[in-house]
Design a protein around this ligand. Structure first.
Ligand SMILES: [Cu+2]
Length: 334
């Protein structure tokens, strides 16, 4: 009896020890999460942390695995730090396995399918999780003291990630608004092409989107002298319309796109030869307004090109051609 009591006592002491000294006896857990997801043909992109909210213990780590041909980052900025894009990083990027405690920025370099990045969290806190490629892709990591009970286990997060992935990527009634918007756009514009379409989704922890990275109609036939109008119907993802050379900097339009906009505010270029390199620059919707920040100007969501010579002209989205976002214009001479 006595030995049993002493065994009980030493077990209790061990348990107390494991609570008091995190990292020595307490088992640190490595959690798994997904970074983006896509349909088989890469045309549909789930631009999301899956899941985008996790509750873990101090000392635990999380490993993100990219499931997308599109690039994403796993980034934690310090409070108040201005957002940088993925060409800048923290500035710079961190090696996988770096720890984040809220005092020093940590960022993965841009990751693609199959690549992983691990961050460990030594200090309790609630930390914003961001992607430096997609400003609308956000999440939260709650790091709790070791003494706290965690609300969910890994199996729960796996299931949640699968649910969110499927609800973003699977064609269901949920996307009817998007399909309606697409058919309305194509019906209303005989010589119109959709340069991407998408929809935003929200969870308790942040924003994510489904983005269809395709030109629809991918091949369009027109007559000599006609004008095509491309429209980006994605709320958050920029695209380009690029004929000829892939520009080193995709942001501005090529020099041969007239700076004078059409009266309704649309950039309008001309193509008269296969040798013309015409690049739209980023075509995207205006960002949301924020209190105290100057209002966003009207979005640059459209681009027009008039074709003056017959021929077949191939083009790409300079940002997403690797995902299959390419198109073709056939100009008839009659
Ligand atoms: Cu694109």
């Amino acid at each position: 009896m006595k030995s049993r009591i002493s065994m009980f006592l030493s077990l209790a002491a061990l348990t107390a020890l494991s609570v008091c000294i995190p990292g020595s006896v307490y088992a640190q857990q490595n959690w798994k999460a997904e970074l983006g997801a896509q349909s088989k043909d890469m045309g549909k992109q789930a631009i999301a942390f899956l899941p985008n909210e996790l509750w873990i213990h101090e000392g635990d780590s999380i490993t993100w695995t990219s499931g997308s041909g599109d690039i994403h980052t796993v980034s934690f900025f310090i409070a108040g730090q201005p957002y940088n894009d993925f060409t800048v990083g923290c500035p710079g990027f961190s090696p996988s396995g770096t720890s984040f405690d809220g005092t020093k920025c940590v960022s993965a370099p841009p990751l693609v399918e199959g690549q992983t990045f691990t961050v460990s969290f030594p200090k309790p806190g609630n930390y914003s999780l961001i992607c430096l490629v997609h400003p609308h892709m956000t999440g939260v990591i709650h790091v709790l003291p070791v003494s706290a009970t965690l609300p969910h286990d890994q199996a729960f997060y796996n299931e949640q990630a699968a649910d969110q992935r499927n609800s973003l990527l699977t064609d269901t009634d949920k996307h009817r608004d998007m399909d309606d918007m697409l058919s309305a756009h194509l019906l209303a514009n005989k010589n119109g092409v959709t340069a991407g379409i998408g929809e935003m989704n929200v969870t308790g922890a942040g924003f994510e989107s489904l983005s269809v990275v395709r030109f629809l109609k991918g091949t369009i036939e027109i007559h000599k002298g006609d004008t095509i109008e491309w429209t980006n119907l994605d709320p958050a993802l920029p695209h380009t319309i690029t004929f000829g050379q892939d520009p080193a900097n995709p942001i501005p339009p090529s020099g041969n796109v007239p700076l004078t906009l059409d009266a309704d505010g649309v950039l309008h270029a001309t193509i008269s030869s296969h040798r013309d390199n015409v690049h739209s620059g980023l075509i995207l919707a205006s960002p949301e307004n924020q209190v105290g920040v100057p209002q966003s100007p009207p979005g640059n969501t459209r681009f027009r090109i008039t074709f003056t010579e017959a021929g077949t002209y191939n083009y790409i989205c300079a940002l997403h051609d690797n995902l299959g976002m390419v198109g073709k214009v056939i100009v008839r001479s009659y």
